[in-house]
Design a protein around this ligand. Structure first.
Ligand code: SF4
Length: 85
C-alpha cells in the first residue's frame, strides 16, 4: 500500500512540473505582442472579467497580474488573449 501511494504522488508531481514548465515556456508574453491596451475591448470585455487575470486581493485598487501577459495589468485593460470568465 505505501508503494502505491508513492507512485501516485510521483505522478502528480510530474504533472505539476510539466504544466509549470509549459507555462514558463509560453509565458509571459510581452504586452506589445499580446496587443495589450489599458482600454476595454468590445462588449465590455476587460481583464477584470478574463479567466487569465490574477487580481491583487490585498490591494484591489492596484493593478493585478496576468497568467499570459507580463507586467502589471489594469483590470479595465484588454488584449488579444481575452477569454470571458
Ligand atoms: S489575457 Fe489579456 S485580457 Fe486576459 S487578463 Fe491577461 S492581459 Fe487581460
Amino acid at each position: 500500500m505505501p508503494k502505491r501511494r508513492r507512485v501516485t504522488l510521483g505522478l502528480g508531481g510530474f504533472v505539476w512540473l510539466a504544466s509549470t514548465r509549459a507555462l514558463r515556456a509560453d509565458a509571459p508574453e510581452s504586452p506589445q505582442a499580446a496587443g495589450y491596451t489599458i482600454h476595454p475591448g468590445a462588449n465590455g470585455d476587460d481583464c477584470g472579467n478574463c479567466v487569465f487575470f490574477l487580481p491583487d486581493h490585498a490591494a484591489p485598487a492596484r493593478p493585478g497580474r496576468c497568467q499570459l501577459v507580463a507586467g502589471p495589468i489594469i483590470p479595465s485593460g484588454h488584449c488579444f488573449f481575452y477569454a470571458r470568465r
